[in-house]
Unconditional design. Structure first.
Length: 279
């Protein structure tokens, strides 16, 4: 499984603040940071990473002018790049210090992955759409990010091989907290996952306190569906894509992609008053 191999923390360019393309769109990115600060994003490390990662490199050329607006943008296949506020909020909720091993469910185009990569030691990220994992891999490579391992598969099952994780974050909403994610959470770890009940989505944080699990509802949110064994079924995703008005086809995970792609085949939020949605 290739993908982007481990590097020692402190060795990556991230910590030195030297990203390719970082010098582009600096004014727009500074404005975005000010907007995040004006809301409830206060973690200095999160703000620093949001100020460094060139979000415009993750969107289609036609959308570059909107790259630093606080809005999700279409990345194809009925999916969106998370809006900056959502990414910053999820990262802040994880309380990262730099030594952590993180599992991310829903790589998408890799933007959130890139932000997390500068906040923790190692990121394991799973995406169920093959075309998107290829896009994410290329985007992360372009930024010379190396402490990320990607997997094409169903993230609702977690990633046993690398468990337990100090933090787990889902960028897609599930009808319940996927059990494997709770089981794969390290002691002292935090799981942040959006949950949908009766059509209402809420961001939930689960803390593993010595084997006792404390659950906290953070607030209302809006994310795209998590589709998988411990999440929504396939049919429901297709409905949700139709609702999103996308005519694009959903790519089902195929297990014969390894040869061609080099990828192991194992296989958002809106405050009522201001936008933070994934859709
Ligand atoms: N944060 C991402 C976007 C997330 S959108 C970014 O910055 O681009 C949510 C993603 O979750 C979509 O790409 C969707 O395909 C993916 N997804 C949905 N269900 C999944 C599952 N069971 N496992 C892994 N990824 C899943």
């Amino acid at each position: 499984m290739l993908i982007l191999k481990n590097v020692k923390p402190g060795n990556s360019k991230i910590q030195k603040g030297e990203y390719p393309f970082q010098k582009e769109y600096t004014v727009a990115r500074r404005k975005m940071i000010e907007e995040l600060q004006a809301r409830d994003i206060q973690d200095p490390r999160v703000l620093e990473m949001m100020g460094k990662i060139p979000r415009h490199r993750f969107v289609e050329e036609a959308l570059i002018s909107q790259a630093y607006q606080d809005t999700p943008l279409n990345i194809g296949y009925g999916q969106t790049i998370s809006q900056p506020y959502t990414v910053a909020l999820l990262a802040q909720l994880l309380h990262l210090q730099g030594h952590e091993s993180i599992l991310e469910i829903g790589t998408g185009c890799g933007y959130q992955t890139a932000i997390l990569s500068g906040l923790a030691k190692q990121i394991y990220s799973i995406e169920r759409l093959h075309s998107l994992i290829l896009k994410a891999r290329s985007n992360l490579k372009g930024l010379e990010i190396k402490n990320v391992i990607l997997k094409y598969g169903d993230g609702s099952q977690g990633w046993k091989d690398y468990a337990p994780f100090d933090a787990i974050v889902a960028a897609a909403v599930s009808p319940q907290i996927p059990k494997p994610l709770v089981e794969q959470l390290a002691e002292g770890g935090r799981l942040v996952v959006p949950i949908e009940k009766n059509g209402k989505q809420q961001l939930v944080c689960v803390l593993n306190q010595g084997g006792h699990y404390k659950q906290e509802v953070i607030e209302d949110c809006r994310f795209v569906k998590m589709v998988g064994k411990h999440a929504f079924g396939e049919k429901k995703l297709q409905t949700s894509i139709a609702e999103l008005g996308s005519g694009r086809k959903v790519f089902k995970p195929r297990t014969n992609q390894t040869k061609n792609s080099g990828i192991h085949p194992a296989l958002h939020r809106k405050r009522s008053h201001s936008p933070a949605s994934e859709n």
